[in-house]
Design a protein around this ligand. Sequence first.
Ligand code: HEC
Ligand code: HEC
Length: 232
Amino acid sequence: MWIQGIVLLIAAGLTLFSHSLPAQAAYDDPTPSVELGAKVYAARCVLCHGGKGMGEGILPMRLKEYPNTSLLTGRVAQDRAGVLNATVLGPHYRDLSHYMPPFGKELSWSELESVSDFVMLLRTDKTRAYALLENVDSGRTADRKLGQQIYSTRCVLCHGQFGEGDGRMSKLLKTPPPADLTASRLPDQYLKDIIVKGGEAVGRSKHMPPWGDQLTDAEINSLMLYLKAIRD
Ligand code: HEC
Ligand code: HEC
């Protein structure tokens, strides 16, 4: 048993060592960041660990014998180093289940560092971690062109062809008039709120309708991309 342990340690050392070779820097590996970590997590880990890191992934839900895959508390990987080792080595790290794949050869060193930071963030600041994941999702499904199409059917009547607040209806809506969206500088969360819930819900004019029931989340995100693109 202890011989096996030593072999594993050597294997771990080799994997870690090969990653720290200076040659690695030649492939422009981006600087590690939790933002990159969230991206890697969304692409490679959600299936088994779930979008909330609580082990509510699709796979565990389907298989009865599946081990608990919650990452919020570590069974074997309690600290940052443990998480990194578990991610690099998978089933070769301590007694991790063979269902946990080794990512040492599949991800770049920066991706491995980043996703480990992200797993730690899931444990220490869930709100921030979930917000980062949400950003990854909306980035993936949002599409400015789609946003433009929706704008031209739903918003143009009031906000005008170029978003300047001079649509047909602006002759009737004067106090206040439809906003000039090219001059708008609303932060993302407020922008989303006023589109989803309408003006009245955020203490503004009730003539700005709520769109949450009529548009999907991806459509709203696409609209937001478009609106940010027409700001001057
Ligand atoms: C095919 C399914 C699968 C995928 C994909 C997967 N994991 Fe896992 N992972 C598991 C399972 C199952 C366990 C639980 C193992 C156990 O408790 O023995 C686990 C355990 C872990 C642990 C240790 C948790 C503990 O309790 O200490 C970490 C850390 C981890 N995974 C990170 C990741 C990261 C990061 C990714 C994405 C890069 C990832 N996993 C992708 C299945 C998966
Ligand atoms: C019936 C007219 C009308 C329609 C249709 C309409 N809006 Fe508005 N919108 C308004 C009015 C009026 C305001 C100004 C609210 C205020 O200042 O209190 C406004 C304000 C806004 C603001 C706030 C801008 C800022 O900087 O404060 C945004 C963003 C916005 N609308 C987006 C949209 C989008 C996106 C659509 C289409 C999905 C849309 N609106 C459709 C009337 C409309």
